[in-house]
Design a protein around this ligand. Structure first.
Ligand code: PGA
Length: 249
């Protein structure tokens, strides 16, 4: 049985006061029936980790560099996140892919760096609107997933979380329908199963893209949707908690 994971991707938002109030509300209101994680901007990670001490809420970075250390000005290594108390990292978010030119090869290198540091990578994949309209969604997804799978053992795959985030649904208010999302999630699980059928049943695949309190319940009820990667709605405690609470026990 896969436990639902609701993860908040704060992107480049928040300040110290907001970190403090948002997290105290989340601590007070998050239900035991789901796993919860937050991904604040790097400068607020330590503050978030301190605020979430003695809770089961995980903290993760939004990005890592694939190298262990060295002359990479402005970058952060996976082992540094672990050092301060993070347990997860987003890898290959579509904003990183489009705005910062991350390739599938970069994504694989970062996934391997995360795993080497004992950090759970949340590997983001998804097609653009153009790709969906051209009917190439499955091809695009297969390329993104297989580029990572080729470099992983079954044991490593078991330690990953995936997030399907159709690019056209991110920050647009346009959520994929539960059926649309389920179709791709099932396809992703088939791709994972080609590597290891048993592990594929245990790996969580989150949906992301304008998840809100209204859409969450139907999405999370789908057979292959194991939670959400929530952007905009994760910045408001009330909305984020409503999403966490929309999970059926
Ligand atoms: P959104 O972002 O919920 O604001 O669409 C999701 C994400 O980019 O992870």
């Amino acid at each position: 049985m896969r436990r639902i994971l609701v993860a908040g991707n704060w992107k480049m938002n928040a300040n110290q006061a907001m970190v403090s109030s948002l997290l105290s509300d989340i601590v007070a209101g998050s239900p035991d029936k789901v796993d919860v994680a937050v991904f604040p901007p790097a400068v607020y990670l330590s503050q978030a980790i301190a605020a979430l001490q003695n809770t089961s809420i995980a903290v993760g970075g939004q990005n890592i560099n694939a190298n262990v250390s060295g002359a990479y000005t402005g970058e952060i290594a996976a082992n540094m996140l672990v050092d301060i108390g993070c347990s997860m990292a987003l890898v290959g978010h579509s904003e990183r892919r489009t705005l910062f030119g991350e390739t599938d090869q970069d994504v694989l290198a970062k996934v391997q760096a995360a795993l080497a540091a004992q950090l759970t990578p949340v590997i983001c994949i998804g097609e653009t609107l153009e790709e969906r309209e051209q009917g190439t969604t499955e091809q695009v997804i297969a390329n993104q997933v297989n580029a990572v799978l080729e470099g992983l053992s079954s044991d490593q795959l078991a330690k990953c979380v995936w997030a399907y985030e159709p690019v056209w649904a991110i920050g647009t208010g346009k959520t994929a329908t539960p059926d649309q999302a389920q179709q791709v999630h099932q396809f992703v699980r088939q791709l994972l199963a080609a590597k290891d059928a048993e592990v594929a049943q245990k790996v969580r695949i989150l949906y992301g893209g304008s998840v809100n309190p209204q859409s969450a319940a139907d999405l999370f009820a789908q057979a292959d949707i194991d939670g959400g990667l929530v952007g905009g709605a994760s910045l408001k405690a009330e909305q984020f908690l409503a999403i966490c609470n929309s999970v059926n026990e």
